[in-house]
Write a new protein. Structure first.
Length: 223
């Protein structure tokens, strides 16, 4: 070759290469240059798989955690949350999320949200994940019971029996939901003081308490 540069298009992603150069003329060939190395960029990452909340999940809290599976060689993730399915009304548009979970705050009760995630690395930004949707609970501040001293769920985290204080003498429905909206326990009695969760798998759950005086939605951690 007679030029001082060379374009190579047969290299592999995420690979280290070594190179050296020597010059030649009619009188012979000179010594090799010092050896240098370089590493090629990674391939564009694959699309993440969404986890929680499940697609079309109902009665979600207004401060949910969005969770997805990690992607090999991803450095950051891009997250979009929208109030319409074509993502033209974005309420979240972030591209430097290093974790695979993102806590969302400030959502509106009784509203459907759409979300998607893509993975990013030095090679570029991958394709979007599937587009999932979830709907927040219709619970509003007018009816929500928020006085901590009146209603108390304990201990938290809980391993066996969840104690409930503040609904003595009232006919109350206590329901426990998974994060993706599936009801796993429901108890309706007067003056419920506890509910056994020993058979519930480890994880985060939503406890909904409803009676004639108030409605409350709280999170618990089962371990």
């Amino acid at each position: 070759m007679i030029d001082t540069s060379l374009n190579i298009d047969i290299l592999s992603y995420s690979s280290e290469y070594y190179w050296r150069v020597r010059a030649s003329n009619p009188n012979g060939t000179g010594a090799w240059s010092e050896t240098r190395s370089f590493t090629t960029i990674p391939d564009i990452p694959a699309s993440p798989a969404l986890l929680l909340p499940g697609d079309e999940a109902k009665d979600q809290p207004i401060s949910p955690e969005l969770k997805w599976k990690s992607v090999s060689e991803a450095v950051n993730y891009k997250l979009q949350v929208s109030t319409n399915a074509d993502f033209t009304s974005l309420i979240i548009d972030l591209s430097e999320i290093s974790d695979t979970v993102y806590p969302v705050t400030g959502l509106t009760n009784g509203t459907t949200y759409y979300w998607r995630v893509s993975a990013i690395n030095a090679g570029g930004t991958g394709d979007w994940s599937e587009e999932w949707e979830f709907t927040t609970s219709h619970l509003t501040g007018k009816y929500e019971h928020t006085t901590e001293e009146d209603l108390l769920l304990y201990p938290t985290p809980v391993s066996g029996v969840l104690k409930i204080k503040g609904i003595e003498g009232i006919l109350t429905t206590v329901s426990i939901f998974t994060i993706d909206g599936k009801m796993i326990k429901c108890l309706k009695e007067i003056g419920i003081s506890e509910i056994n969760v020993e058979d519930v798998q480890t994880g985060i759950y939503i406890v909904k308490i409803i009676n004639s005086e108030f409605m409350s939605t709280q999170r618990i951690l089962k371990f």
